[in-house]
Design a protein around this ligand. Structure first.
Ligand SMILES: Nc1ncnc2c1ncn2[C@@H]1O[C@H](COP(=O)(O)OP(=O)(O)OP(=O)(O)O)[C@@H](O)[C@H]1O
Ligand SMILES: [Mg+2]
Length: 373
């Protein structure tokens, strides 16, 4: 397959821009048994960075496992997905699609599979009549045992972890936390796309995940890093980009990872199709319009979500225009509700200065402005 910019898929390896220090820090923490949380707004690169970390840990000989909780439709399914991922450390790619834990146990009971798993003694650990919550806890304990036996560290990634609330509510959260805290060979990497929900899970005393895992927010990617990456990659493909075009690319996307990859990828194909070796500002403008077109369906949906809370679209506009969000004609309580809603959806976030907010995705800000006029 020909190389292309990672647009519409996670960035991997050399396409993960400017995260070396961040990843090194996380890898050190995880392999020494500390758990961590990457909570951040949408499409900032949480999953890309986490997958790359897992890939590196695996290359270093550690055990790894991952579950995207968004893909689980019940606790039972969650347990099955986690167990399948754990087994892959021993068996290589495991047959996918076992929706229930019972069907997985059934598969594990087959003589040929038993031989492959060897000394890991699976059957006895999972009584068939246990509740899905308890099965999930036993899977965690089983992973720990597997790691301990092999003298390895196991790193488990839970992507979209806020969905644990949807799957099993507070009861499951409590149970998982209690179990996870006792594991000595397993560390966890939690990702979440809804900052405020992640905060509830980890920072609220009553939920008390807060002692257990460290928050590590993803910093923005500096312009210089984008420039070096884009120019380097294009050069490998026999292409160049003019200085004004590079600047336009940064200005149009605000350096937001998803927008950046989208626009540069459209520009790359435009140059290829036109059979030119230089990307100029005109090409970037066309690419930007194509990306906006691509995003409009997503943004339409986003706006519908915003409008579920009254006046949230107006409050969002104020944030976009760098105006103070509070003020006439809306009551404080209305604005405050709107701000919470916008933060929960990951569309805006709080700045260090009190009462200041900013928009997550510069391209969304531009789309809102254009829609308005
Ligand atoms: N460090 C990076 N270098 C290059 N591209 C990146 C980087 N991080 C993210 N991207 C680009 O942004 C896109 C979105 O990233 P990713 O899916 O990892 O973000 P996310 O925070 O997990 O998003 P979501 O909130 O939707 O789960 C990727 O498909 C990739 O194109
Ligand atoms: Mg993600």
């Amino acid at each position: 397959m020909d190389w292309m910019f990672p647009f519409g898929r996670l960035a991997q390896g050399g396409d993960v821009v400017d995260r070396e220090v961040y990843m090194k820090d996380l890898i050190l923490r995880l392999q020494s048994g500390q758990s961590a949380i990457i909570a951040g707004p949408r499409r900032m690169g949480k999953s890309s960075v986490a997958r790359e970390i897992l890939r590196q840990l695996q290359t270093q000989g550690h055990y790894v496992a991952s579950v995207d909780l968004f893909a689980a439709d019940s606790v039972d399914h969650f347990a099955s997905l986690l167990m399948q991922s754990l087994l892959e450390n021993r068996l290589g790619a495991v047959r996918q699609g076992m929706q229930t834990f019972t069907s997985l146990l059934h598969w594990l009971g087959r003589p040929d599979v038993r031989t492959r798993i060897g000394e890991l003694e699976i059957g006895v650990q999972f009584p068939v009549d246990a509740s899905p919550h308890d099965q999930l806890i036993s899977v965690l304990a089983w992973g720990e045992k597997m790691a301990a036996k092999a003298g390895k560290t196991l790193v488990v990634l839970f992507d979209e972890f806020q969905d644990v609330q949807r799957l099993g509510g507070d009861a499951l959260i409590k149970k998982m936390r209690a179990a996870m805290q006792t594991l000595e060979h397993t560390s966890f990497l939690f990702l979440g796309s809804q900052p405020s929900l992640m905060k509830t899970l980890f920072a609220d005393r009553r939920q008390a995940f807060y002692r257990f895992a460290t928050f590590l927010p993803l910093p923005p990617i500096p312009e210089a890093a984008w420039q070096a990456y884009v120019e380097g990659r294009l050069e490998q493909q026999g292409l160049t980009i003019t200085a004004p075009a590079m600047q336009l690319l940064l200005d149009k996307t605000g350096g937001h990872p998803y927008g950046m990859m989208g626009v540069v990828s459209f520009a790359y194909f435009l140059a290829k199709i036109a059979d030119v070796t230089r990307i100029d500002a005109d090409t970037v403008s066309v690419a930007d319009a194509q990306m906006m077109d691509h995003l409009s369906a997503v943004y339409d949906q986003q706006l519908r979500e915003i409008r579920r809370v009254s006046h949230a679209d107006e409050v969002c506009m104020r944030v976009i225009e760098h105006q103070p969000p509070y003020g006439a004609p809306y009551a404080r309580s209305v604005v405050s509700k709107a701000l919470s809603h916008l933060m929960d959806s990951g569309l805006i976030f709080k700045l260090a200065a009190r009462g200041h907010y900013t928009i997550t995705e510069p391209m969304f800000a531009r789309w809102m402005r254009e829609k308005r006029s």
